[in-house]
Design a binder for this molecule. Structure first.
Ligand SMILES: NC(=O)c1ccc[n+]([C@@H]2O[C@H](COP(=O)([O-])OP(=O)(O)OC[C@H]3O[C@@H](n4cnc5c(N)ncnc54)[C@H](O)[C@@H]3O)[C@@H](O)[C@H]2O)c1
Length: 269
């Protein structure tokens, strides 16, 4: 679906890839509705939109709150009349510890934001999207959704759930006007660690992690929107995601070992 003159909702529009997608969509002539739990971050996105600001609406929303999601979706549809696209991008990571050391509070938090948040938004918008001449749902998973990243086991499990939910949805909607894509970013330079309440990554961890070159959030956003316009099934973002996607299908055991050896420095213990 071409995004020009369409109305597109982006969750997590206050920061990182979500913010850059908002700016990219506006530049392409879309009307954008940015949602985020962080109101100040949304205001910053709005300021960055410059003269495109009139085509941007921002709403504060916690996507883990089902009732709030449903109310917000009703409000968006009544104010904006129609929505053509939904990009479920908001997400958080877990503390960089092994499952054995990860508490249930942290486990539930990451499941609620990454999986239930995506589910609530999708289910709330789907009946409306099915009435549109054409529509598109884009769900952001992760390279960690098909490959185990040390210290991100539950994060990876939520992203694997997003992957399969999205793939199932695409099949179910094949005979409708709603297209569906799933995104697998590799390492992208954003503030996700701090935004997930984990402080800043340690120098040791960043150094170890540098074996993968980080993509800028604006380049990642461009690749995602291009993939959406081309109706790609899987949108692999970055050389690392493309390479590990191939390797993990050819030799999953080797791929898991490789990623462990490259990224084990991220583990806190
Ligand atoms: N940065 C990476 O390297 C990377 C890699 C793979 C996948 N991803 C995924 O890409 C997506 C975007 O990540 P990013 O790196 O741009 O992160 P980010 O932290 O810069 O942006 C995420 C945004 O989501 C918002 N958010 C968090 N919880 C929310 C909630 N409950 N309700 C509403 N908004 C909420 C945050 O406030 C933030 O503005 C996430 O789903 C992430 O898991 C990121």
């Amino acid at each position: 679906m071409k995004v020009q003159n369409k109305v597109i909702v982006v969750t997590g529009g206050g920061s990182g890839m979500g913010r850059e997608m908002v700016l990219n969509l506006l530049a392409k002539g879309a009307t954008v509705i940015a949602l985020d739990i962080n109101k100040t971050a949304l205001e910053e996105t709005s300021a960055l939109a410059g003269s495109n600001k009139e085509k941007l609406a921002c709403y504060e929303l916690d996507i883990t709150n089902k009732e709030a999601v449903e109310q917000c979706v009703d409000k968006i549809i009544s104010v904006h009349k129609h929505v053509d696209g939904l990009i479920n991008n908001a997400g958080i990571i877990q503390p960089f510890v092994k499952l054995n050391e990860l508490g249930y509070e942290e486990i539930e938090r990451v499941i609620k934001v990454n999986f239930y948040g995506t589910l609530y938004m999708t289910k709330a918008f789907l009946p409306h999207l099915l009435t549109r001449p054409e529509a598109h749902i884009v769900n952001v998973s992760s390279m960690g959704g098909f490959l185990p990243v040390p210290g991100q086991t539950m994060y990876g499990a939520t992203k694997a759930a997003v992957k399969l939910m999205t793939e199932g949805l695409r099949s179910e909607l094949m005979d409708t006007t709603v297209r569906v894509s799933v995104v697998f970013p590799g390492a992208v330079s954003t503030n996700i660690t701090a935004n997930s309440g984990l402080g800043n990554p340690s120098m040791a961890a960043s150094k170890e992690n540098n074996s993968f070159t980080m993509l800028s959030a604006s380049k990642a956003a461009q690749l995602i929107i291009d993939g959406m316009e081309e109706n790609r099934y899987h949108i692999l973002v970055g050389k690392d995601a493309r390479m590990m996607d191939l390797l993990s299908r050819l030799n999953p055991g080797y791929a898991a070992k490789l990623i462990y050896s490259k990224m084990k420095g991220l583990l806190v213990n």
